[in-house]
Design a protein around this ligand. Structure first.
Ligand code: IMP
Length: 429
């Protein structure tokens, strides 16, 4: 068994990229299974800060093959921009170390326009999407009218499919009182992209099967977070894919018997971007302090959209739920260093709703909006912990905070990040 699945255990932005990067040190393949350029992973190696949206973080490790799986929705223009930006930073990207699934779906200009028009038409009930066309692309996929990346291999029929996507999209855009698109406006850019991307397109499911059979170690890289899952998240304030464990298997074409580990990555506190319930949100100076001022790239502002994230205390009710629906085998915790300097720290251990105590979130999004969090207060620590590398380097209060998470969720913590750089990691394994 050689497959590790890494999943965001909260609402995305947990800092998964750095743990993928950590696990990739002795892996042969890193494969991304869902989402598109709505995601943003930041990895720093002391020399450069790499911002990744589509390409798996494994691309930063020499000798690792990165796979963009069939569960993804890919904007080819964004992908080429990302390839060019990484290449300019010295990252080598070739068809030997980046494989794109022929079955992944494409994001077209019509999807982006539909996303924007749909959000606008919702008014105050807008989901707060990243406006990258993610929802409409998955909608066309399940509606069986999407364009697969593999279609780029036949440029003539691809151009026809692109035109058809725009014409179909225009029907919806007119219905939403938005301007229709010219089917030929972006066509040439997409055809050019097809020529450039063709060498990277493969049947990645078969490739992964063959590699796993041959004993390769594979890391499956999640995007977004389990609480944004189309089925398990607070619908409709979710993304349109499955960032949970099942999505990894479907989104790559890997069978469960190969999976050795399912690691949940959680931030030491909570953040969320966009609408939807967030019971422990702190709309006060605590939230502001957790967010940071936006002067550092690790402050809580979206990597993709730059939006300030909603911030709050760690929500163990949601984390327990996430562990339950994913079958996590262990946890990794990020940004523990941000909690330094608080007099005391709160963790939400249960919710109260209409006189009842809930240890898992109540079943509807409306109820989740109205719960009252029940907190336990733990002592804070004042020390700067960014140079800690072992558990013993951490102050006892920080160790107690981690122990509280382990006991409450019933899972071991394998690693804790204490700063943005690659080596700022406390490993407990
Ligand atoms: P969409 O994925 O752009 O359709 O956005 C749907 C919801 O998921 C919105 O609330 C977004 O803010 C959220 N979302 C999508 N991708 C990410 C991510 O990578 N991090 C955090 N939130 C995300």
């Amino acid at each position: 068994m050689s497959v590790t699945i890494l999943i965001g255990a909260q609402w995305g932005d947990e800092g998964k990229g750095r743990f993928v990067d950590w696990l990739a040190a002795d892996a042969q393949i890193v494969a991304r299974y869902s989402g598109g350029d709505n995601a943003g992973h930041t990895v720093a190696d002391g020399e450069h800060v790499y911002k990744l949206h589509l390409i798996p973080s494994g691309v930063l490790r020499k000798g690792v093959v990165s796979v963009m799986g069939n569960g993804m929705v890919i904007n080819p223009i964004s992908l080429l921009r990302e390839i060019d930006e990484l290449t300019a930073l010295g990252v080598i990207i070739t068809p030997d170390n980046l494989l794109i699934s022929n079955r992944a779906h494409m994001i077209t200009p019509a999807h982006i326009a539909r996303d924007k028009a749909s959000e606008k038409s919702r008014g105050a009930d807008a989901i707060g999407t990243t406006l990258r066309g993610i929802g409409p692309a998955y909608l066309d996929k399940t509606g069986r009218s999407g364009i697969r990346i593999g279609q780029m291999l036949d440029v003539e029929t691809f151009a026809d499919a692109m035109r058809a996507s725009t014409e179909r999209g225009n029907i919806e855009l007119r219905g939403l009182h938005a301007d229709p698109l010219d089917p030929d406006a972006d066509l040439q850019a997409y055809v050019d992209a097809a020529y450039r991307l063709r060498p990277f397109i493969k049947d990645t499911s078969l490739y992964l099967y063959q590699q796993v059979q041959a004993g390769a170690k594979v890391i499956c890289e999640g995007a977004q977070g389990a609480l944004l899952d189309i089925d398990h998240g607070s619908y409709p304030f979710v993304t349109s894919s499955s960032p949970t464990v099942g999505g990894a298997l479907t989104g790559l074409g890997i069978g469960p018997r190969h999976v050795e580990r399912v690691m949940g990555v959680a931030k030491a506190f909570s953040t969320r971007v966009g609408g939807g319930p967030m019971p422990t949100e702190q709309k006060n100076e605590i939230g502001d302090r957790l967010r940071g001022t936006g002067t550092n790239y690790w402050d809580e502002y979206g990597t993709t959209t730059g939006r300030p994230r909603r911030c709050g205390w760690l929500d163990l009710v949601m984390l327990r739920y996430s562990a339950a629906i994913n079958g996590f085998t262990d946890l990794a915790i990020t940004k523990l260093d941000i909690l330094s300097g608080f007099e005391e720290l709160k963790v939400c251990v249960a919710y109260e709703y209409e006189g009842e105590r809930f240890t898992y979130p109540p079943d509807t999004t409306e109820r989740q909006e109205r719960v009252t969090p029940i907190y336990e207060t733990l002592p804070g620590w004042q020390e700067n912990i960014s140079s800690a590398r072992t558990l013993d380097d951490l102050p006892p209060q920080a160790r107690a905070y981690l122990q509280k998470i382990e006991q409450d969720v019933g899972l071991p913590i394998l690693a804790v990040s204490v700063g943005p750089e690659r080596e700022q990691l406390v490993t407990l394994a």
